[in-house]
Design a protein around this ligand. Structure first.
Ligand SMILES: [Zn+2]
Length: 405
């Protein structure tokens, strides 16, 4: 079904009124008489450039439009014929209050779309997480945008709040070029060089776990954290060789895992810039705070480089069953990976299989993250019983002398 006069419509929606991500001024329970509508149909334009979501407001159905390539700031517009004519909603004098909601669930959104009466017509807002951005040099498919936003919203709000305060961001982009190579041009040079070497070797051995040299190129990585910035390209290469992964197409759960893992790298690194800049007087106070928090650090300001975490990691490594040791070879390339994996597992943001695997492999690391980092440092309490709700065997095979208090 296509009820749209396509040609007129495309031109009009291109010039559509702006969409913003201004915070909602409406508090829960205040919705009162504001109507909520469902999406009843999704119509793709023949050019594949636009998606139209049909909204069945009584008597006057209208359409919300998404360009197939979106930047974060303008994911939606409302179809032009409805935005100035006073329909389907009565005009409102309060531009801070939505005149209608559209259920976001059908689009995979973890929240409702809000319709506002701006002075010059109707506009649409959706409240994406403030840590999410699509820089202006690139654009992504809406599905990828929504999945990433949902994944952030599954994270404890208390932690996200602290990420906002520390300026931690998630930057989306169309591909590796507009993310990793954009922020770190040197990585492209390194990837091209590695590609050449691998070709010269006849692509031999792509993976060698013995010395942590798995020879992965950055372009084969789903997401990378660096300098308070999590970069996630919509498209990257499959690992180890060939093919393309499009995160617009993956299950929601996969994005939850990717986002949660990277957010734990950001958490691990939370105070590291204080450490790096500790000679700068303006950081002196932060450095003091960090030292007072009681962590000894050997080589950096990362939590996973504290002596306590190193000890936990070494115990886990010695105790680890050989089947897991082989399976988790990637983790041995650094404590940072184990930190991110146990952290995301403890919050129940990974699939049950990998949760079980990581928490069985790194119980001491997990306990350190659960008690010292999440609990003491960030005030997010996660109980052992809470973890056992989704991972029943958590800590059950730990000798009591190791389990500690
Ligand atoms: Zn990682």
């Amino acid at each position: 079904m296509n009820t749209i006069h396509r040609r007129t419509f495309l031109v009009q929606s291109l010039a559509g009124i702006g969409v913003s991500v201004l915070p909602s001024f409406l508090k829960a329970g205040e919705s009162g008489s504001i109507p909520t509508y469902g999406i009843t149909d999704v119509v793709k334009s023949s050019e594949n450039d636009f998606l139209y979501y049909r909204v069945d407001a009584p008597g006057t159905p209208f359409h919300i439009v998404t360009k197939r390539e979106s930047t974060l700031l303008k994911p939606f517009t409302i179809s032009d014929e409805y935005k100035t004519m006073g329909k389907p909603f009565p005009r409102s004098t309060d531009s801070n209050k939505p005149v209608a909601f559209v259920e976001g669930g059908k689009l995979g959104l973890n929240g409702n779309i809000e319709v506002y009466d701006n002075s010059d017509g109707y506009g649409i807002r959706y409240n994406f997480s403030p840590i999410l951005q699509t820089p202006s040099h690139t654009s992504v498919r809406p599905g990828f945008l929504f999945k990433t936003d949902n994944a952030i919203k599954r994270f404890p709000p208390k932690l996200v709040e602290q990420f906002i305060n520390r300026g931690i961001k998630i930057s989306l982009g169309k591909d590796v070029e507009s993310t990793y190579y954009h922020f770190y041009p040197g990585w492209k040079i390194a990837d091209v060089a590695l590609d050449k070497t691998l070709k010269a070797e006849g692509n031999l051995p792509v993976i060698s776990t013995s010395n942590c040299n798995d020879r992965r190129k950055r372009s084969q990585t789903a997401a990378i954290y660096g300098d308070k910035n999590i970069m996630i390209p919509q498209i990257h290469e499959t690992y180890p060789v060939g093919g393309i992964v499009d995160l617009n197409e993956v299950r929601y759960y996969s994005m939850d895992e990717v986002v949660a893992h990277e957010l734990f790298h950001a958490l691990d690194d939370f105070n590291n810039d204080y450490y790096i800049n500790s000679k700068d007087p303006s950081y002196a106070n932060h450095k003091k705070q960090y030292i007072q928090s009681g962590y000894t650090y050997a080589r950096s300001g990362w939590y996973s480089d504290t002596q306590e975490y190193i000890n936990a990691y070494e115990i886990d490594k010695q105790r680890m069953p050989s089947d897991l040791r082989e399976e988790l070879a990637y983790q041995f390339c650094g404590r940072k990976e184990s930190f991110a994996d146990v952290g995301s597992s403890l919050l129940g943001l990974r699939n049950p299989e990998s949760t079980k695997r990581f928490l069985r492999a790194f119980p001491m690391c997990a306990e350190y993250v659960r008690k010292n980092i999440l609990g003491n440092e960030f005030g997010v309490s996660v109980s052992v019983q809470g973890v056992r709700d989704f991972c029943p065997d958590y800590l059950k095979d730990i000798p009591t002398n190791l389990a500690g208090k």
